[in-house]
Design a protein around this ligand. Structure first.
Ligand code: GLU
Length: 574
């Protein structure tokens, strides 16, 4: 494959980005740290937009982004760099993601121009059923009681995702890609305000679990900003994954430690929490699944995302489809709307898409993915839209039955689920034009609060993403717990192609707001001049090449497949 020189513009706010050709400027090297062995640092500037060529990494943490950049620099591809960056995030962002969690990996292969995905979502134990999270009287169990318990912990999918991605697309062995994470865990990193605040916010519940308090608290408090945080237990976990393979989790000693802790969490004296039901058989049965992506189009671009058990690809696509359907209906253009009207349009489209995902999307057979993403369905659903009034919430769900008329039969409504605010997302592009968008999580910030003894990582509480009781009486709920089932997600790692080439790699943290964030980032880049552009700017994303109008002009009459990737950057201003 012939390397092309990709010109990249990276946009980050919560995120930090790096490109291979970016100038090295002061990063954490300027930060103070106490005496002792130096922590792992980075050499990256903190800027909202960075432009460069030859590859790029965008993540929330500069130390982790540096790990990805180092992999690209040594000749690794986007998948290699994404795995190494994700593993590093497991150390520096241990409350958002890590070995004990799950996620969704979206990959664009520049050679075949295909997008493919891996579903690394956690699974419920085989003993779970629709009543697992209900009290004897049929009411829902207290949410936070379930969060801080073994009952919320699903079988982790993240190490299996790394292995599967590496097998499918990687060029470097998985073991060495995990080495930087092990080193960061052992040598430590400098505590920043976010790490401090996230620890402080969780200190009370971390104190319920002595192992978590031992690893993450200092005398019961959050580590100070500027201090060095080391996690030798997590270094051990990475060393075992690196040297013995991920089966230490799925069929080895690490897995037995997970199961023991889930089934009988060690708690502080006087604290008791519900026990989980995970078995070593559940771990052995785990599989990171290859899934076809969802596909929709927007303004001639191809938008690829995650299908069920995530609702991300469907909901993002439906929002974009609805906005174009509103344009047809009103004769106005999203790009011309004043901000208040844009927000009205966007919130109506979002509420409609959420109504449909709540009713139809979950880890069940027969999710009507193609119908939910069809433009005819969006046209039918757009009949509820009124330019001057907001629809009554909750918005009724539609009928994605393949037969569309002017207006849907409003079949009913479902309650909006609650969602947390956690998770992390990263984007990578390499010199060959391959791209990755990878979103991973342990659900709540701080997950279940349970740390696996001797291994230093926190277990997820992903199973609280199931609905504890049916959303609406009499309406089928696709997201009730079940044996081996994966809870519905909002995670929306997305890759947008322009004429078969990667144009945008985007993802976000933020629970249910992941969907609306990702949709706005896409609008912000694709609908020039719109209020969406202002709002979509400033979120982590990775934009390839050039602005589309200019590119179309530059390349008219040439063979686009062989045209070098150059032109004006995608963003004109920082
Ligand atoms: N568990 C959430 C989901 O899969 C992500 C966690 C969060 O961001 O709150 O949608």
């Amino acid at each position: 494959m012939q390397p092309t020189r990709s010109l990249l513009a990276l946009v980050t706010a919560a995120g930090l980005a790096a490109t291979l050709t970016s100038p090295a400027t002061a990063g954490s090297s300027a930060r103070p740290h106490p005496p002792g062995p130096p922590p792992v640092g980075h050499d990256l500037p903190k800027v909202p937009v960075m432009r460069g060529a030859g590859g790029a990494v965008s993540s929330v943490d500069p130390v982790a982004s540096q790990v990805g950049i180092d992999v690209l620099e040594r000749g690794g591809n986007a998948t290699d760099a994404a795995i190494a960056t994700a593993a590093a995030l497991g150390v520096t962002e241990p409350y958002s993601a890590g070995i004990g969690g799950g996620g969704f990996f979206v990959h664009y292969d520049a050679a075949t121009r295909q997008v493919a995905t891996i579903d690394g979502r956690e699974t419920a134990p085989m003993t779970y059923d629709a009543g697992t999270f209900t009290n004897p009287d049929g009411t829902a169990m207290d949410f936070m009681t379930v969060v801080n318990s073994g009952l919320s912990v699903g079988v982790p999918g993240t190490p299996a995702t790394w292995q599967r991605a590496s097998e499918r697309w990687g060029t470097q062995r998985l073991g060495p890609l995990l080495k930087p994470a092990e080193t960061i865990a052992r040598k430590g990193f400098v505590v920043d305000q976010t790490f401090h605040d996230q620890t402080a916010d969780n200190a009370e519940r971390f104190s319920m679990f002595p192992e978590t308090a031992r690893v993450y608290l200092r005398d019961g408090q959050a580590p100070a900003v500027g201090s060095v945080f080391r996690n030798p237990d997590m270094a051990r976990a990475y060393r075992e994954l690196r040297t013995k393979g991920v089966n230490v989790l799925y069929s080895g000693q690490m897995g037995r430690a997970v199961v023991d802790e889930v089934r009988d969490p060690s708690t502080a004296s006087g604290v008791s929490v519900p026990q989980g039901e995970m078995t070593t058989g559940d771990l052995r049965a785990y599989e990171a699944r290859d899934l076809a992506p969802t596909h929709s189009t927007h303004r001639g671009l191809d938008v690829y995302g995650m299908r069920s058990p995530s609702s991300g690809g469907i909901a993002v696509g439906e929002i974009l489809n609805l906005l174009r359907a509103y344009e047809e209906r009103t004769g106005e253009q999203v790009a011309d709307l004043p901000e208040a009207e844009y927000l009205h349009w966007f919130s109506e489209a979002s509420a409609t898409a959420f109504a449909d995902r709540n009713r139809y999307v979950g880890d069940v057979p027969g999710v009507p993915t193609d119908e939910l993403l069809s433009e005819d369905f969006a046209r039918e659903r757009s009949c509820l839209f009124d330019e001057d009034r907001a629809m009554t919430r909750p918005v009724p769900f539609g009928s994605p039955d393949g037969s569309y008329e002017d207006c849907a039969d409003a079949a009913g409504t479902t309650r909006l689920p609650s969602d947390g605010q956690s998770t992390t997302s990263l984007s990578v592009v390499d010199r060959w034009g391959n791209a990755v968008s990878y979103t991973l999580t342990i659900e709540q910030t701080g997950g279940s609060g349970i740390t696996v003894p001797g291994y230093g990582f926190i277990l997820n509480n992903e199973l609280t993403d199931f609905n504890f009781v049916p959303g609406t009486a009499g309406v089928p709920d696709p997201n009730l717990p079940g044996p081996g089932k994966r809870p519905r997600s909002s995670m929306s790692p997305t890759i947008v192609l322009d004429d078969g080439q990667a144009y945008l790699s985007v993802g976000s943290p933020g629970g249910a707001t992941i969907i609306t964030t990702v949709a706005q980032i896409i609008l912000g880049h694709v609908d020039p001049g719109s209020a969406a552009r202002r709002r979509g700017r400033g979120a982590p994303a990775l934009v390839a090449q050039r602005d589309r109008e200019r590119r179309a002009g530059d390349l008219r009459g040439t063979d686009r497949r062989r045209a070098p990737r150059q032109g004006s950057p995608a963003l004109a201003e920082p």
